[in-house]
Design a protein around this ligand. Structure first.
Ligand SMILES: Cc1cc2nc3c(=O)[nH]c(=O)nc-3n(C[C@H](O)[C@H](O)[C@H](O)COP(=O)(O)OP(=O)(O)OC[C@H]3O[C@@H](n4cnc5c(N)ncnc54)[C@H](O)[C@@H]3O)c2cc1C
Length: 385
């Protein structure tokens, strides 16, 4: 007889870990399955560990997050305070610098990720998500299914039955989707299915909320990004003022067009070597030029651009030598278009809920929105349960 979970959560990103932490905190004592396509937790807040040395780690997705409009005693602020008290996050103040189109430091920030209070993980971003999900998991209520890509959903006899591309079946009484992939037409290509999985599970005109959420989700598009991940030889330091554990160089819109990079992040590693992450958003420019070429040419271009930038700013390393360089393609780094109204987050007729940065809340398309969506859904879920 197959295990029936009280709750199945698809996706192991920051929105679902927030949701799970909060329902556990509020006393939910059911059994939970977390089902994640990737090898570990994190989602877009994840970290890549070096093949050569597992101790070396670079945040290949989101490196930090911010709360633009901090309101004392608000729901989100209380949660952030809890994360600070638990030492899961720390302030990034004094570690980020914005450059203008003349390659000069600008006083004013125009990058949306650095407005208000800016935070990062005290370790790696994946670790933040992992620690968060276990914050109140003292009774070991969660089973994890990694490398499990869900391609089919069905709802029969009040139970959700979810099926992976490798025919792994998981059954639960309540389902939470933390990604909109299973509602979106891009699933047809990505999951290689004939119908949008949620649509197949709940046919049209059976439920107004479900019809609306599928309709609105399909109007959303995503920003593509490419990140380059670089390990340097040992014992390099940014010198002088920039000799810190983490440094973010952020470029204003005009400079991004010129340099082709969105930001460069320096992240000191445990063995004292320096990791470098370059974020690019202007991907057509890069892809058109290099996609069909050897990666080596692309990487040479990236390291030349990096060196030009550093030299222009008199930022020097002692003998900067790149050890290895790889890249991460983010087909869907942030949603654009209207978010999904919060009132559609939970559908009690079908025992299903939704969270993630694609819900229309303050911080839509970013970590703070994803966290808020997890907090809001946890309230709705506890009330419903
Ligand atoms: C390069 C980059 C830089 C960013 N920079 C910033 C920043 O500086 N500040 C900021 O606030 N935000 C930033 N963001 C956005 C931020 O990362 C996201 O808003 C946030 O992480 C979203 O969290 P989430 O839980 O909603 O979704 P996700 O992290 O995407 O979690 C959803 C999870 O569901 C899994 N999943 C999806 N479909 C299935 C399936 N069918 N079966 C199994 N698992 C599935 C996915 O693998 C994923 O792990 C950045 C994003 C990227 C990619």
């Amino acid at each position: 007889m197959q295990n029936i979970y009280d709750l199945v959560v698809i996706g192991g990103g920051i929105s679902s870990s927030t949701f799970i932490a909060n329902i556990l905190k509020k006393g939910f004592n059911g059994k939970i399955a977390v089902v994640e396509a990737g090898r570990g937790l994190g989602g877009r807040c994840s970290t890549r560990y070096s093949y050569k040395d597992k101790k070396l780690a670079l945040n290949h997705g989101c490196p930090n997050f911010n709360i633009k409009n901090s309101i004392k005693d608000s729901y989100l602020d209380n949660f952030i305070k809890e994360l600070l008290d638990e030492k899961l996050i720390k302030s990034l103040d004094n570690s980020f610098f914005e450059f203008d189109e003349n390659y000069k430091f600008s006083k004013k920030f125009d990058n949306e990720f650095y407005l208000g209070n800016v935070y990062t993980s005290t370790s790696h971003m994946s670790k933040l998500v992992e620690n968060l999900i276990h914050l109140y998991n003292s009774k070991d209520q969660i089973d994890f299914y990694f490398e499990t890509l869900i391609v089919k959903l069905s709802f029969k006899s009040e139970l959700w039955n979810i099926l992976s591309n490798k025919n792994k079946e998981i059954i639960g009484k309540f389902l939470v989707c933390s990604s909109n992939l299973l509602l979106h037409k891009r699933s047809l290509e990505i999951l290689n299915v004939r119908e949008i999985p949620l649509r197949e599970a709940i046919n049209k005109e059976n439920n107004m909320k479900i019809d609306q959420i599928i309709k609105l989700t399909n109007k959303q598009e995503y920003i593509k990004r490419i990140n380059f991940l670089i390990h340097t030889k040992k014992n390099y330091n940014l010198e002088g003022f920039f000799n810190k554990e983490i440094v973010h160089f952020v470029f204003n819109q005009k400079l991004q067009k010129d340099i082709g990079f969105e930001r460069i992040i320096f992240q000191k590693q445990i063995d004292n070597s320096l990791g470098i992450i370059i974020h690019t958003k202007n991907i057509d420019f890069i892809l058109n030029k290099y996609e069909r070429e050897d990666n080596k040419i692309l990487y040479k271009y990236v390291s030349n651009k990096l060196n030009t930038f550093l030299l222009k700013n008199h930022i020097t390393f002692k003998n900067l030598l790149l050890d290895d360089i790889s890249r991460m393609n983010w087909r869907a780094s942030q949603p654009i278009g209207e978010g999904i109204p919060e009132r559609l987050q939970l559908c009690n007729e079908y025992n299903i809920g939704f969270c993630g940065d694609w819900i229309q809340l303050e911080g839509y398309g970013s970590v703070s929105g994803a966290i808020l969506s997890g907090l809001k859904l946890s309230d709705k879920f506890i009330e419903f349960y």
